[in-house]
Ligand binder design. Sequence first.
Ligand SMILES: Cc1ncc(COP(=O)(O)O)c(C=O)c1O
Length: 413
Amino acid sequence: MVGFFREGNTLVCDGVALESVAREHGTPLYVYSAESVRRAYRALDEAFAAHPHRIHYAMKANSSMAIVRLLREAGSAADANSIGEIELALRAGFEPADIVFTGVGKTPDELDRAVALGLKTINAESAGELERIDRAAQARGVRARVALRVNPDINSGTHPHISTGLHVNKFGVPLEQARAIYRKMVSQPGLQPVGIHVHLGSQIVTLDPLQKATSMVVKLAHELRDVGLQIEHVDLGGGLGISYDGSPVPDASLYAAAVLPILRDSGLSVVLEPGRLLVGSSCALVSRIVDIKDGPSGRHFAVVDASMTELIRPALYGAFHRIEAVTPGEGRHLSYDVVGPVCESSDAFGEERRFPALDVGDLLAILDAGAYGSAMGSTYNRRPLAAEVLIDAGKATVIRRRQTLEEMLMLEL
Ligand SMILES: Cc1ncc(COP(=O)(O)O)c(C=O)c1O
């Protein structure tokens, strides 16, 4: 078995007991299953095998170097959202030609570096950004490979904070404007338009919006080819969700079955930018209970040593994560609010969760913490960044050690 499961009464990751990993490395602790990441990558790659495709792992989901390297070794390319992520990808061993660069509000320095590196594609967000790329490329005597991000005004049905494909969202340009912007590229000598980019949002669990967006960009590519632009690929972004509560969601093969018929005779290759799908389920945030309190009206609080600084999704989006007692006791089941120590009432991981009576010192595992967990980590309340451990072939390796207090404070003058 792969990932998080029980051996006897205790939770293990790929067969390694979380109790022993937490004892050795302390808490809060991100524990990853390397094999889960590899499997998620393979499932998507195999699902799209029938069509020319390239998976560019969206590093924003988790840019811990060892995770990025693991995906490169599995065969993935990379999607970067900042110069920091580009730098990280290069250090993880990616070639510039393996990297697409996406993101609203790229700075002049970022654009110049991207042009100088000769990335596979810069996914531009606006006509103005294309002009800046054009100038940077001409100044260097090169042509930058670009795509324009189309905002298709399609509702992906996800949480408003992670929806990106509606006209009210800040991302991309409306389809009507996109046509004219592409045509203008013919007269911009620093630009080589090679793709069309779209990304509807994150944690999408219905395929219909993804299908609609695919049809829209394929149709646009054909129109642009008719006016002489050599569009090579459509970039469908990321966004396919995972099941946080155990209920069924469409998997990679259903996604491929939904969009491949649209791509089949298009003559276009496809770029995918999944983040959450590849790493989301691969990690548990392991935390120790530091206090138990009885609240009003019979509620109990289990205060853990992890907080919104390690996993902000519940506070930010009201996101649900399963929480399991690592080694449940024998007591009768009680209802607990699992909360963190940070001075925000939103610093809570779950309300009214039932566990056999908990005690100070017990370990809780917050599941599916691999995406937008450590990547969104912070030192709010002056909490040092937590350590990360990767389990691979039965061995636990620290991939990011715990930040010391000294390191956290050392930037202060
Ligand atoms: C442009 C772009 N591509 C890819 C992703 C990755 O999304 P996900 O992790 O949902 O697959 C995001 C995240 O929102 C994004 O903004």
